[in-house]
Structure formats: structure tokens, C-alpha cells
Design a protein. Structure first.
Length: 307
């Protein structure tokens, strides 16, 4: 076990979201038509860091539906992200460990997604070895299913092109070394696998049988098959799990050169170093705190790996 990095972040209760009653009457009526029955209960999903509507709806006929929504006027960036998510969900092949897209409404100044409702929980925090193993197995299976990647994805080396430069504005004792390390990213992250890029506990769903699904497909790229498996380890490492032992026995990560793993960790660290310094958005009060915690985790992890 590693030493856990303390945090006061209220995991599972970090989002400040729209509630069912806040949706315009015509949007609520449209959702009920799509669901086929009046909504009698709406349970807001309070994990994550975005303000869009995301609720599990229980209908009068006993059916359950998961619905996400954002206003194209008041929440344009999130509405655009939901559009991207809908497009990506449509391209996922059968067997992908992800809830399925049921329907999309993109009109009336709103983007609304109806997504398969699953009986599941988030991984426990602190992370447990069992939850880590289940999530890891899902990502390995996903990497196999999503290679080659569906067409139309931005290459990872293009998506992350500006990230090494983030080190230029960071006050860090090893900034020069890590800037140089992150600068090698393009030769490391390139690949032909669909990479989710946002693997965290609040984007994972653990089913009753222990299988794990991945949700919130807003930022996928085409890149190296092992990237998501590495991103997954930031939370478990911060919670005290021995992720180096996990890497050593991992079917994908164990074949990656140690220096290449360090390149990606330096790239991620630069992103979180810069992001944590930005103003706290009123719509997401815990975002910067969460980014600062991931920064601290990566700082300790990379320093240990680099001696």
C-alpha cells in the first residue's frame, strides 16, 4: 500500500445540477412522451463536475430512464458536449462496457439525451482492490473492442498538442525536466484505439455482478490502447493502492516502457498544475479542488518513479 493523499472532496456529491423541476414544462412533457409514461420521481446524479441536468427518472409504469439535458442558450458548452457524446455513443460497437443511447432531442433550445438506466453504483472511495480490478478489466476489454477506432476522432497527438506548453507557466522545482518529458508525448500517445480520456470514479458504474461500465463519452480521441488504463490509476494511487504492482501484471501497461508511462504522467501533471490555478467556476464548486488533488497525486507518483 502507498500513503494515501488526504482530501475533503465529498465524493459523489460534487455536482451542482439542474433538477427536474427546473426544466421547462415543454421539455419535461417531451421527456415523458419519450419515456412513455409520466415521471413520478427524479433522482439527480450528484457526482461529477458539470451543471447539466442528469437524473434517474422513475415513471408511473415502473420503468426507469436516465436523462441528461443542457440548454443551448444558458449552458452552450455543455449542450455541445452532449451532442458529441450522443454521436460517440452511436458509434460504439455491441459489447462496449457502456450504457446505450436510447434517443436524442436537439431542438427547442435544448439538447436532451435518453440513456439506458442501469442498476449500479460508483466505485467505493477510497478505492478498493476489487473495484480497481473490475474497472481495469473493463478498460482492457474496451481497448480491444474499440481498435481500430471509429472514424472521425481527433488523434491524441493533436488533442494534447498544447499540453506540454502548460509547464511554461508552472512554478515547480522540476518544471524544466517535466516540460522536456511531456514534450515527447506525440510519439507515446499515438495509436488507433478509441480512448475515453476521462476515466474517473464518477464516470464508472459498478454493476451487481462486479462488472464495470464507463459513461460520459464527451472527450474521446484516437490514441494508444493503454492510455485509459493508466488514467484510471490516478484515483487509486491517491487513495493508497499499490498501482505499480498493478502495472506490473497488467496485460497492456506491463508492456509499455517505463519512460513512456512517465511521459504521459508528466503531460497529465502539467494539465492539472495549470488547471488547479484557474478560478473556481460558480457552477462547479469542487472542480479546482479535485484537480489540485489529482495534481498532488501525480506529483508524488512521478517524483517517486523518477527518483
Amino acid at each position: 500500500m502507498e500513503t494515501a493523499i488526504p482530501t475533503a472532496i465529498p465524493h459523489g456529491r460534487t455536482a451542482r445540477r439542474l433538477e427536474w423541476v427546473h426544466l421547462p414544462p415543454h421539455i419535461r412533457a417531451m421527456v415523458e412522451r419519450r419515456c412513455g409514461s409520466p415521471v413520478i420521481e427524479a433522482v439527480s446524479q450528484t457526482a461529477g463536475f458539470t451543471p447539466g441536468f442528469a437524473s434517474l427518472l422513475l415513471c408511473e409504469d415502473g420503468t426507469r430512464h436516465f436523462v441528461k439535458a443542457a440548454s443551448t442558450r444558458a449552458q452552450r458548452a455543455f449542450a455541445d458536449a452532449y451532442r458529441v457524446e450522443a454521436r460517440r455513443l452511436r458509434t460504439l460497437p455491441p459489447g462496449t462496457p457502456a450504457p446505450r443511447l436510447r434517443w436524442v432531442h436537439d431542438a427547442d433550445d435544448w439538447v436532451v439525451l435518453g440513456i439506458e438506466a442501469v442498476a449500479a453504483r460508483a466505485p467505493h472511495r477510497p478505492w478498493s482492490p476489487d473495484d480497481l480490478q473490475a474497472a481495469s478489466e473493463a478498460l482492457v476489454r474496451m481497448a480491444d473492442l474499440l481498435t481500430p477506432a471509429p472514424t472521425g476522432l481527433t488523434p491524441a497527438e493533436e488533442e494534447f498538442a498544447d499540453w506540454p506548453e502548460l509547464w511554461d507557466g508552472v512554478d515547480h522545482p522540476r518544471a524544466e525536466e517535466y516540460r522536456e518529458l511531456a514534450g515527447r508525448y506525440a510519439e507515446v500517445v499515438a495509436g488507433d484505439t478509441l480512448v475515453h480520456t476521462d476515466v474517473r470514479d464518477d464516470n464508472l458504474l459498478v454493476l451487481g455482478d462486479g462488472a464495470t461500465l464507463l459513461c460520459d463519452w464527451n472527450w474521446p480521441v484516437a490514441g494508444a490502447a493503454w492510455l485509459d488504463s493508466l488514467h484510471l490509476l490516478v484515483g487509486p494511487r491517491g487513495d493508497g493502492l499499490d498501482v505499480e504492482a498493478h502495472i506490473a501484471r497488467h496485460p497492456l501497461l506491463s508492456t509499455v516502457a517505463a519512460e513512456d508511462i512517465d511521459v504521459v504522467l508528466a503531460l497529465l501533471l502539467g494539465y492539472f498544475e495549470a488547471s488547479a490555478l484557474q478560478p473556481v467556476p460558480s457552477s462547479s464548486p469542487y472542480l479546482r479542488e479535485a484537480q489540485a488533488w489529482q495534481r498532488d497525486v501525480l506529483h508524488d507518483w512521478l517524483a517517486e518513479r523518477r527518483g
